[in-house]
Design a protein around this ligand. Structure first.
Ligand code: FES
Ligand code: FES
Length: 157
């Protein structure tokens, strides 16, 4: 049995302990916003937050998140903005992604948004070097310059 919370909801699931968290999220819970890219912790498409920290769910066995609070892209706005009726539907990172038209095909972007949210939580004013060092997510479409621009807009805001 696996016990954890995802986007504020408690789950108790009968899954193999070695099952990657990514498969649990996508196949068991239907949360398909988190993507499979490489499966070897290299691309970041599968990034979610486990107890607030960016985690590559493709290489995280579900037994490693026993009792944890997990946030996926589907629950990010509520996790960041709260659940009040007048809470914004998007986080400031998500809004910047729209304002700067960051995504191209979009496949990598949920992982990118999760990673950037964590980066800014830990370092609200990152330099370009900090961004390069902390953000190892890969975008095959070449959105990285727009990712940087969107982050810069949040830093100077
Ligand atoms: S799918 Fe997990 S890092 Fe690429
Ligand atoms: S927007 Fe297409 S892979 Fe990143």
């Amino acid at each position: 049995m696996a016990n954890f919370r995802v986007n504020g909801v408690e789950y108790r699931l009968d899954v193999e302990p070695e099952m990657p968290l990514l498969w649990v999220l996508r196949d068991e819970l239907g949360l398909t916003g988190t993507k499979f890219g490489c499966g070897i912790a290299a691309c970041g498409a599968c990034t979610v937050h486990v107890n607030g920290s960016s985690t590559r769910s493709c290489v995280t066995p579900v037994q490693a998140v026993e009792g944890a609070d997990i946030t996926t892209i589907e629950g990010l706005a509520e996790a960041v903005n709260g659940t009040a009726p007048d809470a914004p539907a998007l986080t400031r990172v998500q809004q910047a992604w729209i304002d700067y038209q960051v995504p191209q095909c979009g496949y990598c972007q949920s992982g990118m948004v999760m990673a950037v949210t964590d980066l800014l939580n830990n370092n609200p004013n990152p330099s370009d070097a900090d961004i390069d060092r902390s953000l190892s997510n890969i975008c095959r479409c070449g959105s990285t310059p727009r990712v940087r621009k969107a982050i810069r807009s949040l830093v100077s805001a």
